[in-house]
Design a protein around this ligand. Structure first.
Ligand SMILES: Nc1nc2c(ncn2[C@@H]2O[C@H](COP(=O)(O)OP(=O)(O)OP(=O)(O)O)[C@@H](O)[C@H]2O)c(=O)[nH]1
Ligand SMILES: [Mg+2]
Length: 415
């Protein structure tokens, strides 16, 4: 696979150049808008970069020069301000889209810079609309393209989408499968395509990263998240596993003093496991609590469930996090939540810098695509998944292959 970048002053011009260079079958795998040049942040020109992948076989077939655009010759062809070529198999890409017809649009000529005619804002708006239409065309084309793929690739796409993998991500996965197989393999080897698809999902999930203890000082881990997602139960599971199975010295601190029952909930677990629990009402007490537990191997910090939409609550949580300076902050997410909400929760909690995520209540969720969507979109590592109410059993460091199978194969049942 060859990956190339094209930068121009509009999406359309960049697409035109990519199409002329690489042919109709190239895939847009990423688009980005940015500003270039200017002085002290002023007068910078808006630029559009598209990253395009093409099968080397296809590139050879396309070595014939593409038909010139109507009305475009070497004099009228849009200017490319930067052009980069790169061979990079592993580079993560955001959205995989085919763009056969979209680039057929002829760019609207914009007035020269400095031309302050009243028509300029209208022309710019029109240009924007054309770009949006071109993007929508890309999406439509990707769906049309899918229909021309071998049936098992279409089924794979349906499985992913049925399993709540975002459509654009499912398209990207299927396109990556296609690009990594020869045409013959694509047509005749469905099992090979399935294995390739699993491999691609595994690479998107990445290696899970559970708690690793420090040498000579305690590892401090804070759990944060919305209300009722399972923070306290997850802490109890981790504490029991580290203390009873791995024979480590564990200590608990709770900052959740909003509800009496919350302290009692954790105290009950601490007593059963036989480990100390400190309660901190204010930042000063948090410092004292951590000092008391300084000889422990692991200190787990429980926090009150926070409404991600309440900035005051989030910044109050941030103050506690600043005082305790944990080695890692884990965002606990309920798997049974829509991707858009999960991403919103992540974005709002990430004000306090999230290091890893934990997905709880996997047992209650029929679908698992949300896990992939969040991990891929946020590029955050998964630490654990929990799959039941039993302490300490219902927690595990997920096996990415098993997770990928759940995402692909349970979806297939529903296809
Ligand atoms: N089915 C299922 N239930 C879970 C899981 N983890 C936690 N729960 C349940 O979810 C409920 C809430 O759990 P808590 O641990 O109190 O949640 P929390 O995030 O600490 O809640 P707040 O402190 O109130 O924000 C309890 O009934 C738990 O037993 C899980 O993996 N699967
Ligand atoms: Mg709790």
């Amino acid at each position: 696979m060859k990956i190339r970048r094209f930068v121009a002053d509009s999406f359309q011009k960049a697409m035109y150049m990519a199409k002329r260079e690489l042919g109709q079958d190239a895939l847009i795998i990423h688009t980005r808008k940015f500003k270039q040049g200017g002085f002290l942040g002023f007068f910078a020109k808006p630029r559009v970069e598209i990253t395009v992948a093409v099968d080397e076989e296809m590139l050879e077939q396309n070595s014939e020069p593409a038909e010139p655009e109507p009305g475009a010759d070497s004099n009228t062809a849009p200017e490319i301000s930067a052009y980069e070529t790169q061979q990079d198999e592993d580079k993560p890409s955001a959205v995989g889209e085919q763009f056969a017809a979209a680039s057929d649009n002829v760019p609207i000529p914009l007035p020269d810079a400095g031309d302050e005619t009243p028509a300029q804002p209208i022309l710019e708006e029109l240009q924007l609309v054309k770009e949006m239409v071109a993007e929508m065309n890309c999406k439509l084309n990707s769906n049309n393209r899918l229909q021309s793929y071998p049936r098992h690739l279409q089924q794979m796409y349906n499985s992913l989408v049925n399993h709540r993998v975002e459509e654009k991500l499912a398209v990207e996965i299927i396109n990556r499968v296609r690009l990594s197989l020869s045409q013959q393999e694509q047509l005749l080897e469905p099992e090979r395509a399935r294995e390739m698809c699993l491999q691609i999902i595994v690479s998107m999930i990445r290696k899970p990263w559970p708690i690793e203890l420090n040498q000579g000082r305690p590892r401090v881990v804070a759990m944060v998240g919305p209300t009722g997602v399972g923070k306290t139960t997850t802490i109890a599971k981790l504490a029991a596993n580290f203390a009873l199975l791995e024979k480590k010295q564990v200590g608990l601190v709770t900052l959740d003093t909003y509800r009496i029952a919350a302290v009692e909930q954790l105290r009950t677990y601490a007593e059963i496991i036989g480990i100390p629990l400190e309660v901190a009402f204010r930042a000063r007490e948090l410092g004292e609590a951590l000092h008391k537990l300084r000889h422990r191997d692991l200190i787990l910090l429980d926090t009150a469930g926070r409404n991600p939409r309440d900035q005051r609550q989030i910044s109050e949580l941030g103050e506690f996090i600043q005082v305790s300076k944990p080695d890692e902050v884990m965002l606990v997410l309920n798997t049974n939540t829509h991707t858009s909400d999960l991403l919103d929760i992540y974005r709002r909690f990430n004000v306090i810098k999230i290091d890893k995520v934990i997905f709880t209540k996997v047992d209650e969720s029929e679908y698992h695509g949300q896990i992939l969507n969040v991990l891929y979109n946020t590029r955050t590592n998964l630490a654990y998944i929990t799959n039941g109410q039993n302490v300490p059993d219902d927690i595990e460091v997920p096996d990415p292959i098993h997770l990928a199978q759940l995402i692909l194969e349970e979806g297939r049942d529903n296809a």
